[in-house]
Every structure is written in structure tokens, then in C-alpha cells.
Design a binder for this molecule. Structure first.
Ligand code: NAI
Length: 319
């Protein structure tokens, strides 16, 4: 296969001074992209800042013959990061929203400040940075965006309520942006990584930590922002050289009463609950209108059934 390259493309990688973002920036830089290496350079709980993180990665890209520029702004001022791309390279084609911090506490102990900071860096950061690039993406009819979620968001994890909420929020943001971007060839996807980094050094068992190199995930993310990437709106879980798609499914549902003429009561809900939450035959919902169409279909089936039963003079039952 021909080498997949990014010549002529400008990529912004947030939080690219270390861990996963650094691996993304180095790979894109080695394949011809001009890279904005953004990093605030603070501690893993978001405290402090420094230019060292971003500068070291820029130097590494340049030493290997690539083109890169450092940006030290926080993603909460994402418009400044996109300005760095436009001022230095005149364009922006790729945005990887990767910057992240942790403030893990059991739910009762989360302070409002911890909550706000986590939402600010993950959610507002992705909002501000992506929105600042969006007009350019629309005008040029090209854009590739990656959000960074987490299995802690998709499935929950003890002590990470603030982080889980933000990480699942990013999936919601991707869902709508993939719809709004579709007609402009702007593809928005989500990576769910698991990798050795300072965020996971005290979480992952040591034998796993050594094997979970960010370099094994970087090619997945690079493909997700390549012009040939076919999908939008996907959640891709990757670690250890594997990639897996995750998505929500919706069950077929069930009536909450035995016959249409019955009222829905708390007791009838309890009586029919097992059928209502039965996931046999559950389907992935591609778009919101599929849910609406399903409801319209159920109403039509119901009307026809009642009319037919009335014609033959019998009472309608659901089954
Ligand atoms: P990391 O701590 O090595 O990298 C995150 C980088 O973001 C740091 O260099 C940090 O300085 C930078 N950063 C933090 N706040 C910033 C801000 N306000 N503005 C700009 N830069 C900022 O951690 P890692 O593991 O590489 O994490 C990257 C992303 O992947 C994060 O969003 C994290 O939540 C996510 N993630 C990581 C997992 C893992 O297993 N390592 C698991 C699931 C998600």
C-alpha cells in the first residue's frame, strides 16, 4: 500500500507535549503535516504551566525534518490555538482534541472547583477549539476532527464522576458535529485510548503499562484524520495494537399495557418492564430520525390493528 501522507495539511494537536498527543504530533509531522504542538505544560491535575513540553516536541519534529510550531495556550482559549495555526501556516485541516487532566475523587468529595475545571478542559476546551476551526473547515469543505473520550466515560469508573461526565459529553458533541459537518466533508470521530502516560502510571498494572505504548494508538488516530478516512460519528476504542468500534444500541421496546384501551399505570409499567428492557434484537441507531420513524411505524401498526379489530368486533390486545 502507498504510504498515507499529510503533505499540504495543517494539524493542531492539543495537549501534544506528552503522552498520546506527543505520539500523534510526531507521527503526523513525520508524514508531512505541518503541526501546531499545543500544550499548556501543567501538572496532571491541571495546576501550573510551562513552555517546555511543547517546545521539546517541536524540536523533535524539526530534528527529524518536519515542520512544527509550539502553542502554549490552554484549550479553554481554543481560538488562540487555531490562530497560531492560521498565523503560521495560513490554514487548518486537522484538529485532534486530546488535552486532558484528572481530578479523581469519589463523588461526594468532588468540589465545585474540581468539577468546573474538568468540564472546562475537556468539554469547553473541545468546544472552543473546534468552533474556532469550524468556519474554515466549512469554507474549504474539508476538515478532520477527533475527540478524545474514555472507557471511564462510556461505562463509568469509581472516583471519576467529573471526568466520566465530560468524556461522555464529548461523544454527544461528536454526534451532532458529525451531522452538521457532513455536507462540508468535515468528519468528526472519537478515539477511546488506553495507554501508558502520566495519567495512567498509578492506575495500570506495571506489566500492562509497559505494553500499552501510545505509539500503538497514534496510527489509528492518524488514519482517522487522513483524507481517505471513510467514517464520521464513530467511537473507536484502541489499545495494544487493537481497534474496536463501540456504539449505543436501542432495544425494540414493548407496550406498557396489555391492550390499547387500558391505561398506563405504575403497576402496568412494572408488569411489562422485563419486555420493555429486553435487548434481544437491539439495533444501532444511525440517526435520530430512525427513532422517530420507529415511533411513527408503531403508531401506524397500532391504528391498523385497532381498525381491523373494530371491523371484526373484537378488542385489541398487543400480543
Ligand atoms: P498526558 O497527561 O500525558 O497528556 C495530556 C496533555 O494535555 C499534557 O501534556 C498536558 O500538559 C496537556 N494539557 C492539560 N490541560 C491542558 C490545557 N488546558 N490546555 C492545553 N493542554 C493541556 O495524558 P494522556 O494519557 O496522553 O491523555 C491524553 C488524552 O487521552 C486525555 O484527554 C485523556 O483524558 C485521554 N485518555 C487517556 C487514557 C490513557 O489510558 N492514557 C485513557 C482514556 C482517555
Amino acid at each position: 500500500m502507498d504510504q498515507l501522507r499529510f503533505d499540504g495539511r495543517v494539524a493542531v494537536v492539543t495537549g501534544a507535549g506528552g503522552g498520546l498527543g506527543k505520539a500523534y504530533a510526531l507521527l503526523l509531522g513525520s508524514r508531512g503535516a505541518k503541526v501546531v504542538v499545543n500544550d499548556l505544560g501543567g501538572a496532571r491535575d491541571g495546576a501550573g504551566k510551562s513552555a517546555n513540553f511543547a517546545d521539546a516536541v517541536v524540536k523533535e519534529i524539526q530534528d527529524k525534518g518536519g515542520v512544527a510550531v509550539a502553542d502554549y495556550n490552554s484549550v479553554v482559549e481554543g481560538e488562540k490555538i487555531i490562530k497560531t495555526a492560521l498565523d503560521n501556516f495560513g490554514q487548518i485541516d486537522i484538529l485532534i482534541n486530546n488535552a486532558g487532566i484528572l481530578r479523581d475523587r469519589s463523588f461526594a468529595k468532588i468540589s465545585e472547583q474540581d468539577w468546573d475545571l474538568i468540564q472546562a478542559v475537556h468539554m469547553k476546551g473541545a468546544f472552543k477549539t473546534t468552533q474556532a476551526a469550524w468556519e474554515t473547515f466549512k469554507k474549504q469543505k474539508y476538515g478532520r476532527v477527533v475527540m478524545t473520550s474514555s472507557n471511564a466515560g462510556l461505562f463509568g469508573n469509581f472516583g471519576q464522576a467529573n471526568y466520566s461526565a465530560a468524556k461522555m459529553g464529548l461523544v454527544g458533541l461528536m454526534n451532532t458535529l458529525s451531522i452538521e459537518g457532513a455536507k462540508y466533508n468535515v468528519k468528526v470521530n472519537t478515539i477511546v485510548p488506553t495507554a501508558a502516560s502520566r495519567l495512567t502510571e498509578d492506575i495500570l498494572p506495571p506489566e500492562m503499562f509497559d505494553a500499552m505504548k501510545p505509539d500503538l494508538i497514534a496510527p489509528v488516530v492518524a488514519y482517522m484524520v487522513h483524507e481517505s478516512f471513510p467514517d464520521s460519528g464513530n467511537i473507536i476504542d484502541s489499545t495494544l495494537g487493537f481497534a474496536t468500534k463501540t456504539h449505543l444500541v436501542r432495544g425494540d421496546g414493548a407496550p406498557l399495557r396489555s391492550k390499547p384501551s387500558d391505561p398506563v399505570t405504575i403497576e402496568s409499567v412494572k408488569q411489562h418492564w422485563a419486555d420493555a428492557v429486553n435487548m434481544t434484537g437491539a439495533k444501532h441507531v444511525e440517526k435520530l430520525t430512525d427513532v422517530t420513524l420507529d415511533l411513527v411505524q408503531k403508531l401506524q401498526d397500532f391504528d391498523e390493528r385497532v381498525k381491523l379489530d373494530a371491523k371484526v368486533g373484537r378488542e385489541s390486545y398487543w400480543t
